[in-house]
Design a protein around this ligand. Structure first.
Ligand code: AMP
Ligand code: MG
Length: 420
C-alpha cells in the first residue's frame, strides 16, 4: 500500500464516534437524496426497467368488447333448458377478429372461438365439449348458467382506471399492459448517471498479467452488473491508484459528469483518513461506522452536487454495502416507490455461526425442500473476501445484532436479491 503523503490523523474511527444501525444509516441516506424529477418519453421496448413518471390511466376498456373465453357456442341465456335438452339452430361462425354482423335471435346460436366478439343478442357461451352437433343443429343439455364463459368489456382494465402507479419499475407485464391499452410510448423518469471506480495499488485490470502481490479488480465488474441491473447509466472511471492527487482528480471528474459516484476500497481501517482527507478537501464527507458485518466502515457524502458512496474494498463487503445502502438510495433517487427488496421468514436448514454484536448479512440460497416448502441454506464460508459466496447466493440471511449461533432448523429472515 503506498499513499503519496503520510497521514497525520488517526486511521481508526474515534471511540466516541457513533455506530449507526443499518436502518439508521439507510434512513439518513434516503432523507438526504431528493428524487430526480426530469422526465423523458421512451418507446415501449425502451421502457423496460424504467420508472414511471406518473400514474398511467386507461384510455379504453381492456378487453374492448364482450368476448368468448372458450371455443363453443354463443346463445341467449333465456334459451338454456332448465331440464332435459334443447335444440338451437346454428346460424353462423365467429372467429377471433371476425365478428358476426347480425343479431342472434331466440332459438339460434353461433359457433364461436376463444376471443370472438359475442354477437348481439347472445350473453352466454357453452363449451363445445358439452354440445352435441348435427349439421346446423346444436343440442344443449340442462345445467348451464346465463353469462357462462363470457369475458366482459373492461373486466381486465376499465377505461379511466389508474392501472400502473407512479414510481413503478416497469416489468414485462407492464409493457404488455401498456400495449393492451394502445400506448406506443411511456413517460418515465430520467436515469441517474453513476460513475464508479476501484482504488488500490494492488489491483490490475483483467487482460493484463498479474505480478506478485497483485490481484484482478473484480469489484468494478460486480458494480457494473449491479448498476446496469438497476437501470442507471454506469460510467466506468477505472482503477485509481492509492494517491491523493489521483483520487482527488477522479472525484472532481466524477462530480462534473455524474449524479452519483461510488468508489471501492480505501475506507477500511488504515486508510480511512486518506479517504476522509481527500474527500474533505473536495466535498463534504460523513464517515460512518455501521453496526454490520460485513461492511463497516462506510462513507457517504457529496462533492458539489454529486452524491458520494465510499464502499469497503473486500469484494463481499462492497456488494453488501451496495445492496443495503447504494441500491435503495439509487432507487429512491430514480423516483421508484419501492426501494427495498422483499424479506421473508423461512427455516434455515444449515446451522449458522454468529457472534452477537453486529447485524450480519450471511449469504443464503433460498429454495424449496422435498415437500415444496421454502427453506434457506448457507452458501458455506462467510468471509468478506469470499466473493464466490455472492455468486452462489440468491438472498441474504439477515441476522439481527443480538443474535448468536443458530441450530439447523431455526427460523431466519431472508432478503431476496431480485428487484421486483
Ligand atoms: P481496502 O478496503 O482497500 O483496504 O481493501 C480490502 C481488501 O479488498 C484488500 O485485500 C484488497 O486487495 C481487496 N480489494 C479492494 N478492492 C478490490 C477490488 N476492486 N477487487 C478485488 N479486491 C479488492
Ligand atoms: Mg485498498
Amino acid at each position: 500500500m503506498s499513499i503519496d503523503e503520510p497521514s497525520t490523523v488517526s486511521c481508526a474511527a474515534p471511540e466516541t464516534e457513533q455506530v449507526l444501525s443499518v436502518a439508521e444509516a439507510q434512513q439518513r441516506i434516503l432523507s438526504s437524496l431528493p428524487p430526480l424529477t426530469a422526465q423523458e418519453t421512451v418507446g415501449l421496448y425502451d421502457s423496460l426497467g424504467r420508472i414511471t413518471a406518473h400514474a398511467v390511466r386507461a384510455p379504453r376498456d381492456v378487453p374492448p368488447f364482450d368476448n368468448s373465453a372458450m371455443d363453443g357456442y354463443a346463445l341467449r341465456g333465456t334459451d338454456l333448458p332448465a331440464e332435459g335438452e334443447r335444440e338451437l339452430r346454428i346460424v353462423g361462425t365467429v372467429l377471433a377478429g371476425k365478428p358476426y354482423d347480425r343479431v342472434v335471435d331466440a332459438g339460434e346460436c353461433v359457433r364461436i372461438m376463444t376471443g370472438g366478439v359475442l354477437p348481439e343478442g347472445t350473453d352466454s357461451v357453452i363449451m363445445q365439449e358439452n354440445v352435441i352437433r348435427y349439421d346446423d343443429i346444436a343440442v344443449i343439455r340442462a345445467g348451464h348458467k346465463t353469462g357462462e364463459h363470457v369475458r366482459h368489456a373492461g373486466e381486465d382494465i376499465a377505461q379511466h382506471d389508474s392501472v400502473i402507479a407512479a414510481g413503478k419499475r416497469l416489468g414485462p407485464a407492464d409493457l404488455g399492459v401498456l400495449a393492451s391499452l394502445g400506448f406506443t410510448h411511456c413517460e418515465v423518469l430520467r436515469r441517474p448517471r453513476v460513475a464508479y471506480f476501484s482504488t488500490g495499488d494492488e489491483l490490475r485490470p483483467v487482460g493484463e498479467p498479474l505480478s506478485t502481490g497483485c490481484l484482478y479488480d473484480s469489484s468494478r465488474y460486480t458494480l457494473y452488473g449491479l448498476l446496469q441491473q438497476l437501470g442507471v447509466i454506469p460510467i466506468d472511471l477505472g482503477i485509481v491508484p492509492d494517491q491523493r492527487q489521483a483520487l482527488r482528480d477522479t472525484l472532481l471528474r466524477a462530480a462534473a459528469e455524474a449524479d452519483v459516484v461510488v468508489s471501492t476500497g480505501g475506507v477500511s481501517v488504515g486508510e480511512a483518513d486518506f479517504v476522509r482527507d481527500t474527500l474533505g478537501a473536495v466535498g463534504e464527507i460523513h464517515f460512518w461506522r455501521v453496526g454490520m458485518k460485513p461492511g463497516r466502515p462506510f462513507a457517504f457524502g457529496r462533492i458539489k452536487r454529486t452524491w458520494f458512496f465510499g464502499l469497503p474494498g473486500n469484494p463481499v463487503s462492497t456488494m453488501v454495502t451496495f445492496l443495503q445502502f447504494v441500491q435503495p438510495a439509487l432507487r429512491h433517487l430514480m423516483g421508484e416507490q419501492r426501494t427495498q427488496t422483499y424479506r421473508l421468514r423461512v427455516p434455515c436448514v444449515s446451522p449458522l455461526n454468529k457472534t452477537p454484536g453486529r447485524m450480519e448479512f450471511q449469504r443464503g440460497i433460498l429454495e424449496s425442500d422435498a415437500d415444496g416448502h421454502a427453506v434457506v441454506r448457507s452458501t458455506g464460508m462467510q468471509g468478506s473476501a469470499i466473493l464466490s459466496s455472492m455468486s452462489k447466493a440468491n438472498c441474504f440471511i439477515v441476522l439481527p445484532a443480538a443474535c448468536g449461533d443458530l441450530p439447523a432448523g431455526a427460523l431466519v429472515e431472508v432478503q431476496i436479491f431480485t428487484l421486483l
